[in-house]
Ligand binder design. Structure first.
Ligand code: KOT
Length: 834
């Protein structure tokens, strides 16, 4: 596969242009070519966006040959591939990641500097593709990064939403949502391929046709759809870290069909035709902003089927050789279902095999069961997706029929195994009967999948013991765990260049793709000089953050305080309320004179969180945090030791500047509610200490870093379950704990709402009356843990020793390790030879 002049031969038949050799002069040339010939402007007149677009396209050139080569190698060698099906990819900015993957950071900076351009300024011009809500979407982005870095033949499939997660603003401290027009300035990282469009059908009805005569006659179903849309694929490069592998992320965009256009437009009703066209294109218009609470909207189901139908068709038609025997599909692919959002792929594959390919039902079911694996990401019952039968039947009548048959045969198996246990059959059925008939997508996924996994040890255990216990008894070998991970490329190497350099100086740069090697830092935790340099890195990162927030939000962050950070979606189970109660308690202590200023370790509490637009309580909590912030920050005494910062529109870009600066990571969900968490991992890897409950991956973080370097508090999952079982009465805690009472009374009396008692009444009455997530039960334990945090922070040497040990012992949380676990336990695919 050597270079032949400027042409690289990939296969016997595929000639390929080589990417340019990396050099400063070469880069300048490529850059000017892009600026002048593609962007169509001259340097003197170019806007920042022009310059950014030209830079992005230039960087692309250097990855292009690898991309084409990887693609051709997949096609030529037909290895087993992983097809990751996810409704969300929270990618974050692409430029810096591509520069680092291609090892072009220095060359690009020098080249552009020679033209008088500052690359740092161009980086800021990129609008991040926010095609996800939070953890689940960011996980998908980390996974495809790791798969490429490990040279695994993999493709990510998803939706190219025209509007990603909303842009959050605050008006008087209350969240308002603005549309995320991320495509407006051009999107240099995508490649549209309208020639590979796929037709997707919806609606209509099912006809039963008899084939054959007399006793041989068989009834078969035929779907007669009511309407169609087209899916146009947009390809994105997924570059591995300096390994010559560039995989593909393929996102689908909806278009009206050509036939449809012709018919309706010819009919003469132009306005109606345009309206109908808009209807089709609405399917990929906007990301649903609900995290962990499905909305049950018809358009959402359309989105799910749309991208899944496109993806299966695409995989079969484009990635398998013509005439491939689909009986052998499980040898070629594992479709990984990222939660239940893509589960409609199961009946879709059955439909393709039975209706289009003429498979017998049993044959088709065997193939289907061999092709899918399911990852569950939640424990909250309200997050489990169900689709009303009438809605699903209207939109996808043939699929509903297939689901019924899958269920019939499955329930037969349950009856046999259980000796006709009718209660069990009702519990396990894919079809729920109450409150209305509905398809339980998690049951469908579990029945169809070869493997079902949770995303952290505790979570997988709870899936086996509680949420899916009946299924785990029937098929114990189906259930497994794969603890989540995060990509060290983006979240350490790219987000924290200073720490990266310090680590590399100490142990070489192998850690970037082999994160267990961070262990080699352990002895350095006892080296005072290393700890000093570590503290220097932290404080430089705080300066960088302060500068960033000053420019972005006009927020002033003191750099010489403990930086205490809670960033994640706003959800009651995550308990942002608990942290704001701690802030209020500190405030109350100082204002009431019970707490002397000298006795408080100065800290800056930073929140970042979006609330689902329809989630009223979450929006209340955002309002409360902002109003408390205003009071605290404006108080002459209190603000000397305590600040609250809540930059709006927390996203991947903000995470990248915030996390490397943090001292304390808040992971304070009620035990048994957070499936894993992945922010917790990012903080530990960047040398923050965690204050956290025994929940999700916190459990594993604490086991690895050691109890002495982790601030544990709160009920355990079995304890919380027992409290709930016995009947939880939050008011008791209010009555018995004076500190807690004062904090809640301050809110109730309007201390943070200009004396108005109504403003935050819903929060207070919820906490006192229901408090579903046991904030009050864990309050005192949390306060005590914060006391231990203060004590520890007063000893900078001991603190930085713990911080270094957090880094050294968190290598396990690389998403490369997660990928190895998926490969060993679920996918059984192998790297492409290079
Ligand atoms: C969304 C809708 C339905 C069911 C689950 C979700 C979901 C779960 N969205 N995000 N998650 C989070 O996924 C992360 C990655 O596995 C976890 O770390 C986190 O705990 C989940 O809350």
């Amino acid at each position: 596969r050597g270079r032949v002049g400027s042409v690289t031969r990939v296969t016997e038949s595929t000639p390929l242009i080589a990417s340019p050799e990396p050099s400063v002069e070469g880069f300048v040339r490529e850059y000017l070519r892009e600026l002048n010939f593609t962007q169509g402007t001259v340097l003197e007149r170019a806007s920042t966006n022009d310059k950014y677009l030209a830079l992005a396209r230039t960087v692309r050139h250097y990855l292009m040959a690898s991309w084409m080569r990887t693609t051709s190698e997949h096609l030529r060698t037909q290895p087993k591939a992983v097809a990751y099906l996810s409704a969300e990819y929270l990618l974050g900015r692409q430029l810096d990641n591509a520069l680092i993957a291609a090892d072009l950071t220095d060359i690009a900076s020098e080249a552009l500097a020679s033209l008088g351009i500052d690359v740092a300024e161009l980086r800021e011009a990129e609008v991040e593709p926010g095609l996800g809500n939070g953890g689940l979407g960011r996980l998908a982005a980390c996974f495809i990064d790791s798969l490429a870095t490990m040279a695994i033949p993999a493709i990510g499939y998803g939706i190219r939403y025209e509007y990603g997660i909303f842009r959050q603003k605050f008006e008087d401290g209350w969240q308002v949502e603005k549309p995320d027009r991320w495509l407006d300035n051009g999107s240099p990282w995508e490649f549209a391929h309208p020639e590979h469009e796929v037709t997707v059908s919806f609606g209509g009805h099912v006809e039963t046709v008899s084939e054959g005569e007399g006793a041989d006659a068989v009834e078969t179903s035929r779907w007669v759809p009511g309407w169609e849309v087209l899916g146009v694929p947009y390809n994105y490069m997924v570059p591995g870290y300096r390994n010559g592998c560039v995989n593909t992320l393929r996102l689908w965009s909806a278009r009206a069909t050509h036939a449809f256009n012709l018919e309706t437009f010819n009919y003469g009703d132009y306005a109606e035709a345009v309206r109908a066209q808009t209807f089709a294109e609405n399917i990929s218009k906007v990301l649903y902003p609900e995290d962990s609470t499905p909305q049950g909207k018809e358009l959402r189901l359309q989105q799910q089927y749309f991208f899944v139908a496109c993806s299966l068709r695409d995989f079969i038609d484009q990635l398998l050789p013509q005439g491939f025997d689909l009986h052998r599909l499980p040898e070629r692919v594992c479709f990984q279902l990222n939660d239940t959002h893509p589960v409609i792929a199961v009946p879709e594959l059955m439909r393709i095999l039975v209706d289009e390919e003429g498979f017998a039902w049993d044959e088709a079911w065997e193939v289907t069961q061999g092709c899918f694996a399911y990852t569950c990401h939640t424990l909250l019952p309200e997050a489990l997706e169900v689709w009303p039968v009438d809605l699903l039947g209207r939109l996808l009548p043939r699929h509903l029929e297939i689901i019924y048959r899958i269920n019939d045969e499955f329930l037969e198996e349950v009856r046999e195994a259980s000796g006709d246990d009718a209660v069990l059959v009702r519990r396990m059925s894919i079809i729920a009967e109450h409150p209305g008939r509905a398809v339980r997508m998690a049951h469908l996924a579990t029945v169809a999948a070869t493997k079902v996994n949770g995303v952290a040890e505790l979570h997988s255990q709870l899936l086996r013991d509680k949420v899916l216990a009946d299924f785990a008894r029937l098929w114990p070998e189906k259930f497994t765990n794969v603890t989540n991970g995060v990509t060290p490329r983006r979240f350490v190497r790219m987000a924290n260049p200073r720490l990266s350099e310090l680590i590399t100086e100490a142990i070489g740069d192998g850690w970037v793709t082999d994160l267990d090697r961070l262990r080699e830092l352990e002895p350095l935790a006892d080296d005072p000089e290393f700890r000093r340099r570590f503290r220097e890195v932290k404080s430089a990162n705080k300066e960088r953050l302060a500068d960033f927030l000053a420019r972005r939000d006009g927020i002033e962050v003191p750099v010489d305080t403990m930086l205490d950070v809670m960033v994640k979606r706003l959800h009651e189970y995550k308990r942002q309320t608990l942290q704001i109660l701690h802030v209020i308690t500190l405030y109350d202590g100082i204002v009431s004179g019970r707490l002397a200023l000298e006795d408080v370790v100065p800290r800056t509490v930073v929140f970042g969180a979006k609330a689902a637009p329809g989630y009223a309580m979450a929006k209340q909590i955002i309002g409360l945090i902002n109003h408390v912030a205003a009071v605290v920050n404006n108080h002459p005494e209190v603000s000397r030791v305590l600040r609250v910062a809540f930059p709006a529109n927390y996203n991947v870009t903000v995470a990248e500047t915030l996390i490397p600066a943090a001292d304390l990571s808040e992971q304070i969900s009620l035990a048994g509610k957070e499936a894993s968490g992945t922010g917790n991992m990012k903080f530990a890897l960047n040398g923050a200490l965690t204050i956290g409950t025994d929940d999700g991956a916190n459990v594993e973080i604490r086991q690895l870093v050691g109890d002495d370097h982790f601030f544990l508090f709160g009920l355990t999952e079995p304890e919380a379950a027992a409290v709930a079982e016995a009947g939880y009465r939050p008011a008791t805690y209010y009555e018995e704990n004076a500190t807690l009472r004062r904090a809640l009374d301050l809110i109730a009396r309007g201390e943070f709402s200009g004396g108005d008692r109504q403003t935050f009444e819903p929060i207070v009455s919820n906490l006192l009356g229901e408090d579903r997530f046991m904030v009050l039960a864990d309050y005192q334990s949390y306060l005590d843990a914060q006391q231990r945090v203060e004590a520890a922070y007063r000893d900078p040497d001991a603190w930085s020793r713990s911080a270094v040990l957090n880094v050294a012992r968190s290598g396990f949380f690389s998403s490369d390790r997660s990928m190895r676990d998926y490969l060993d336990r679920i996918w059984h695919a192998e790297p492409l030879e290079s």
